[in-house]
Design a protein around this ligand. Sequence first.
Ligand code: NG6
Ligand code: CA
Length: 520
Amino acid sequence: MNKLYYFLPLGAVACSACSSSGKKIPDEFKGQRPNVLLIYADDIGYGDLSCNGTSSVHTPNVDKLASEGIRFTNAHCAAATSTPSRYAMLTGEYAWRRKGTGIAAGNAAMIIKPDRYSLADMFKSAGYQTGVIGKWHLGLGEETGTQNWNDVVRPNPADIGFDYSYIMAATADRTPCMFMENGKGVGLDPNDPVYVSYEENFPGEPTGKDNPELLKLHPSHGHDQAIVNGISRIGYMKGGEKARWRDEDIADSIVSHAIRFLECQQDAEKPFFLYLATNDIHVPRVPHERFVGKSGLGARGDALLSFDWSVGQIMETLKRLGLDENTIVILSSDNGAVIDDGYKDRAVELLGEHKATGVYRGGKYSIFEGGTRVPCLLRWKGTVVPGVSDQLMSQVDWFASFATMLGVQVPQDGAPDSKSYLDSWLCATEKGRDFVVQQNLQNNLAITDGEWKYIPAAKGAAINKQTNTELGNLPKKDQLYNLKSDPGERENVVDAHPDLAEKLRAKLTKVIESGVYYNK
Ligand code: NG6
Ligand code: CA
């Protein structure tokens, strides 16, 4: 595999400093303040993009981005579900260290408290304009369930460093089903206030459970409460008719707001950091009509095309605005793939030969590689030479890496688990992280050094029966896999290599003991 990636000459010194040592970011580079655009997909698995070798789906815009940047083959989100991955990415702290960081309800209180130093705070302190657009899923407001959704809900992303926000409070399958701009519901009619509950239905409101005749998309499990746009959700909701989204328009809405944000940056003095969190391809998968039937894989594949279209629109915009070269674009996902995640959208029936997690076992929710090994691309046109990297990367390190690049001193209690690896990512260094810690739905942990993967015995079901995902939990037996010879984690060799298992166990214990482990 071609591993040629290093700086293009920023100046002769910069180039030689990097390519000769292959280790340190040249000092000249540290002064740079490129824009940073983070495209964070939802539930897109390692095998869901054609740049990662899939032939059953065609994602040309993502492939172009990959061909112009570095494609990482061993990059991990911090956890196998959304909220903890996003938490870790934005705080630089593993979510398993903190209570209340599991999959958040739509009416959860804000999980990252305003006094925390966040990734957005870090960019802001370096003089960046910051924004978040798309899926939030990290809670809003002071206290769970008490938010007044008709007013500005605080705290909101502005309280952890985002100058601008246009977000879905949680996910598309959770109420409230409306966008929030800078903390305020978009399009709300004061004469039709919106109410949200996760405890009981509002009298007279139909639900998926009681009124299946009203549904255009039926749940396969869960998702049988409030009906919005003919689709039943998790959580109840009343009112706010004009503000309710039409699922088919969500990608367009996210993209048009991102384009507007970028247009505002064109002549700005400040560089920008945009966290662009797409809704695709989370359930309910209801992409715009123009994508329907285009993938041959049903709604899930069509949503992948919608994602690819979004990427194309954003990249075209950067080019049009002359921001192409001065912007680092990272594309990744918040967890691995899942096929049936709660709606009868025929994703299972139409899957065919498509391998959404690639060769990897498990998927969303799982401790196996399919849970956290996700697509990851990094493009810095004109500066980084395109290539492929097999080094270990963790999203928890984005924080410290950008802080290092920008010369920001992170406060002592900030980003405790984040380490700077920008030099490894950008220079011709073979080695990234020494190890990556993985987290599954049950907050069980595993550790890999890239070659070996150790999963301590841990409680929990072996299979998520609803989604038909192997979670990887084995209550009575440790697991050890050689990911080089057995990437699909089929042969547990722990009995043959107790010494290797012990080494990784000691490493994991050390990581755990450098802070706390909330294991619930
Ligand atoms: C699960 C939901 C699933 C999805 C997931 C969160 C049920 C039965 N399943 O609890 O549909 O919403 O939570 O996904 O409700 S995530 O990508 O945001 O983590
Ligand atoms: Ca997700």
